[in-house]
Design a protein around this ligand. Structure first.
Ligand code: HMG
Ligand code: MG
Length: 309
């Protein structure tokens, strides 16, 4: 592939941003008990996860599963060195996030108009106006703010999406104070050359450390896209233990890339994550127990090689 760097130039360390308690659980129709969510978060942190999205401060009538986010934040034992984040759509969400003593919030906007409207009941332009009362004020109060740009690889309603629309949004989010933008393959349609083209466009103006990849694994292409990201210098990847996940407003969005699959692959390539894979696998068992159904992660299903001795 033209412009790709060779394997020896892969990063030596990667930061994993765990989204199971938020992106993973938001799509579960049966309500998961608050104490069970807390158990999952603590199991993930025990495994060495240091960045975790604990829940969302969205409207409970839109996403009932996240109604107890404030309570989850209150109940978790905070560990030093761990960043606990909350997804936040508006100023009301920021107020809740501050009350819950989050370390970080994440705002979100889609690169396609229809998905954005289905997701937050607002146009992209309206969403950006709402963020004026969120990003700057959050930074002023000492929070780190992360931004998602969703449907970068394709929209469930509009099909193909021009990555330049996503770049404009990323520029705006970073300009307002986000420290990183996470590019979302919301419905898991991305393929490697497409990922290369999207990253090539972004890297022409955005420093690589300000870019993360948030890949859903609907069609089994997430790890292939991670490899392209690594080859192009990306060092933050979002994932969800055991492959829990989806977006309630994106039909066809299956689970996120499973954290165990990501960490297994990175470890095999000698790339450090600080995560203990055996303990992560145990956290995946907790995830499966609390949702009460089989989860799709590959390593989750097959086991970690060292456990099978
Ligand atoms: P709305 O109905 O358009 O707006 O919701 P509203 O401002 O008129 O508020 C309506 C009601 O919601 C009011 O209550 C508000 O008080 C309440 P009522 O008077 O009817 O009783 N409300 C709130 N309650 C609690 N916390 C809040 C809040 N804001 C308003 N912060 C809104 C607009 C954005 C709130 C709504 O559309 C919403 O919550 N949408 C859910 C969006 C969501 O969670 N989507 C899934 C996450 S995004 C995702 O999964 C993609 C991602 O993973 C990346 C990727 O994969 O690409 C991030
Ligand atoms: Mg997602």
């Amino acid at each position: 592939m033209k412009g790709m760097v060779s394997a020896p130039n892969l990063p030596t360390e990667v930061s994993v941003y765990e989204v199971a308690p938020r992106d993973g659980l938001q799509n579960e129709s049966a309500q998961v008990a608050t104490h069970a969510k807390v158990r999952l978060i603590e199991a993930l942190v025990d495994a060495g996860i240091t960045r975790i999205e604990v829940g969302s401060f969205v409207a409970s009538k839109w996403v009932p599963q996240m109604a107890d986010a404030d309570e989850v934040f209150r109940m978790i034992e905070r560990r030093p060195g761990v960043t606990y984040s909350g997804l936040c759509p508006n100023a009301r969400g920021l107020h809740r996030a501050l009350e819950a003593d989050v370390d970080e919030i994440a705002v979100f906007v889609s690169a396609s108009e229809t998905h954005n409207q289905k997701n937050v009941n607002k146009t992209i332009a309206e969403t950006l106006s709402v963020f004026e009362a969120v990003i700057g004020p959050a930074v002023a109060q000492g929070l780190r703010v992360r931004g998602y740009v969703s449907t970068m690889w394709g929209c469930p309603y509009e099909g193909d999406v021009d990555p330049k629309r996503g770049l404009e949004l990323a520029r705006r989010l970073l300009g307002e104070g986000c420290y990183q933008v996470s590019l979302g393959d919301t419905i898991g349609v991305g393929t490697p050359l497409q990922t290369h083209r999207i990253l090539e466009l972004f890297l022409s103006e955005v420093p690589v450390e300000q870019i993360a990849l948030h890949l859903h694994d609907t069609r089994g292409t997430a790890l292939a896209n991670v490899l392209v990201g690594l080859q192009m210098g990306v060092t933050t990847f979002d994932s969800s233990v055991a492959g829990l996940g989806g977006c309630p407003f994106a039909p066809g969005a299956a689970g996120n890339l499973a954290t165990e699959d990501l960490v297994y692959t990175l470890q095999g390539m000698g790339i450090e994550t600080g995560i203990d894979l055996d303990r992560l696998w145990q956290a995946g068992q907790v995830a499966e127990a609390i949702v009460g159904r089989e989860l799709p992660g590959k390593v989750h299903r097959a086991g970690v090689r060292s456990l099978a001795k």
